[in-house]
Design a protein around this ligand. Structure first.
Ligand SMILES: Nc1ncnc2c1ncn2[C@@H]1O[C@H](COP(=O)(O)OP(=O)(O)O)[C@@H](O)[C@H]1O
Ligand SMILES: [Mg+2]
Length: 375
């Protein structure tokens, strides 16, 4: 906000919201006060009326005093239930307003409930088998009415090794990962993991096989340890040490004042971009995934972080299926195969050497800013 010079506008926005809340508060307090006094006023008036009319009749000898007293007693008995009734109507009104908000939330579509607990593979256990991923004529849009993000996307990845996805931004690369994780349902075609349609997988089983590192690599607030074990709460100190060594974060941890228990700030703001990304990878690796999805950060990394990251991915790809959305030349040149995407379609699949000569878009990407060469 400060950098954009937006303090004034943002303050005004908060103030106008606060004023709106204040106006509604005053209005509801007025109504409440009016209802409360009206209720009491009615009771007092009824009392006065009974006393006046009854008194006059007693004076004229029409009714005996005992009848007047009986009426007054009826009135006393009635006061309480009547005011309770009015209170009930008031709280019903308040409740109805809250219920309509809750109903709005309840109408939001949700994922099918999957209460099964799938335990993650034990650390130190045999290396899990790599996975396979297959897209068959997948078409997809985020909502009806929006343009298609994928049109007839088909490719297959099997076994260990690294597959890189490249293409201009908006081509649909990150969406490929979202569909594999089944955050959304495909509009047409099929997504298969291990030869089985993701719709036939139980969600927890599917996701326990996958480690996903998002593009902006979020690190949660709290300590470094909390951020690491978020996806694998059962991880022991040994597991963490092992994963830190693999992601070359061990030197960072040694440098931190309280080691693993150092707070990392809001969304990891006390870490550098490269460190954040490697923390996110370490978190994904702690799940011992069979399939690692890595959406590379677009921001520049320094040479040291770049090299560390490349080593980590190469190392992981030796025993796991790794899919990377690549923004760096060093990542694609090290990939076993490259899928070039453009405007929701797969343009070409091949190795760097093949694609540089065969695919003009890839050649252009490799030569220009979208893929920045390693320094
Ligand atoms: N949650 C969403 N809702 C609606 N449209 C989206 C959503 N996420 C991405 N898109 C759109 O889908 C297209 C592809 O996005 P994405 O897969 O993130 O591209 P890439 O990762 O290749 O840059 C973009 O045009 C983007 O605006
Ligand atoms: Mg993306």
């Amino acid at each position: 906000m400060k950098a954009s010079g937006a303090e004034g506008r943002e303050t005004a926005r908060v103030e106008s919201a606060a004023r709106r809340a204040w106006r509604h508060g005053v209005k509801s307090a007025k109504w409440e006060a009016a209802a409360g006094s009206a209720d009491e006023l009615a009771v007092q008036l009824a009392f006065l009326a009974v006393l006046a009319v009854g008194g006059a009749r007693v004076a004229s000898g029409e009714i005996p005093v005992s009848t007047l007293i009986a009426f007054l007693l009826y009135l006393f008995y009635l006061i309480e239930p009547v005011s309770t009734l009015i209170e009930a109507v008031t709280s019903f009104q308040e409740g109805a307003a809250a219920i309509s908000r809750i109903a709005q939330v309840e109408r939001l579509s949700t994922e099918p409930a999957d209460r099964r607990r799938v335990s993650l593979p034990k650390q130190g256990a045999a290396v899990p088998d790599p996975a396979s991923v297959r897209f068959e004529d997948v078409s997809f849009r985020y909502r009806p009415g929006l343009p298609y993000v994928h049109r007839q996307v088909s490719f297959e990845v099997r076994g260990t090794g690294m597959t890189a996805f490249v293409g201009p931004s908006g081509a649909g690369k990150s969406t490929v990962f979202a569909l594999i994780e089944r955050f959304h349902e495909v509009t047409g075609g099929r997504v298969l993991v291990d030869g089985k349609d993701v719709q036939d997988w139980s969600l927890s089983e599917l996701r326990s096989a996958i480690g996903y590192v998002e593009q902006d690599a979020p690190v949660l607030a709290g300590t470094l340890r909390e951020s690491l074990v978020f996806a694998a709460p059962g991880a022991s100190d040994d597991d963490i040490r092992d994963v830190l060594a693999r992601t070359k974060l061990d030197t960072l941890v040694e440098r931190l004042p309280h080691g693993l228990d150092t707070p990392v700030g809001h969304r990891g703001s006390k870490l550098s971009g490269g460190e954040r990304q490697r923390v996110a990878i370490a978190r994904a690796l702690l799940r011992r995934p069979r399939l690692l999805l890595l959406d590379e950060a677009t921001s520049q990394l320094d040479a040291v972080n770049e090299l560390a990251l490349r080593d980590v991915i190469t190392e992981v790809a030796r025993e796991t299926t790794v899919l990377v959305v690549a923004h760096r030349l060093s990542t694609v040149t090290g990939a076993d195969r490259i899928v070039v995407m453009d405007a929701g379609r797969v343009r070409a699949v091949g190795t760097h050497e093949e694609l540089v000569t065969e695919d003009p878009l890839y050649a252009q990407l490799a030569a220009t800013q979208l893929l920045t060469p390693a320094r």
